[in-house]
Design a protein around this ligand. Structure first.
Ligand code: DQA
Length: 146
């Protein structure tokens, strides 16, 4: 049995749909979770979702993934640009990692242009809106089926 794919979301993504909709759209995190769950079922994957505004909580879930997940899809949000701790934790995970950003981080402020997580991720999706999560899930299916 294939272990679940962890879908991890960082700070402020609990406000998805409400926060800066002109950048992040009107879909809520619950909408994304519902759509990902439906797609995962179609793909024959199981998914587990976590969101936290705290760096350490994200690190703890990445550690948990070492035994419990086949792959990780992560939108680290602002921690992408700052967190060596999340990068270190991901480096201790052996399965595939895909990074998602709803907005195109390369056409925004320069401090968003670097992501520590990208040094570890097999692939990065940025600027596809919430559709990025669904594309990442399809790619994850390929990676964990190898
Ligand atoms: C984000 C981009 C980050 O720069 C920002 O801090 C976020 C969301 C995105 O999904 O586009 O909170 O990760």
């Amino acid at each position: 049995m294939l272990k679940p794919v962890f879908v991890l979301n960082g700070p402020n993504l609990n406000l998805l749909g409400l926060r800066q909709p002109e950048i992040y759209g009107r879909e809520t995190l619950d909408d994304v979770i519902d759509a990902c769950s439906t797609l995962a079922e179609e793909l024959g994957l199981t998914v587990r979702f976590h969101q936290s505004n705290h760096e350490g909580a994200l690190v703890d879930w990445i550690h948990q993934a070492r035994n419990e997940a086949s792959g990780i899809i992560i939108n680290p949000a602002a921690y992408a640009h700052t967190s060596v701790a999340i990068l270190d934790a991901l480096n201790a995970f052996e399965g595939p990692v895909l990074e998602v950003h709803i907005s195109n981080i390369y056409c925004r402020e320069t401090f968003r242009h670097n992501s520590y997580v990208s040094m570890r991720a097999e692939g990065v999706i940025s600027g596809f809106g919430t559709e990025g999560y669904y594309l990442a899930l399809r790619r994850m299916k390929t990676l964990v089926s190898k």
